[in-house]
Design a protein around this ligand. Sequence first.
Ligand SMILES: [Zn+2]
Length: 42
Amino acid sequence: MATQQHTGSGAYRCRDCDGDVTFDDQAWQCVDCGQAPRHGAD
Ligand SMILES: [Zn+2]
């Protein structure tokens, strides 16, 4: 039995406000505060 709790469509969580981070315009952005988490590839 699949017990999915808090797993949307591969959504990420904002580390700032714990909001939903979506991949829009080829960039991750929080839909709540607009925070764009950077990748660890810099
Ligand atoms: Zn946020």
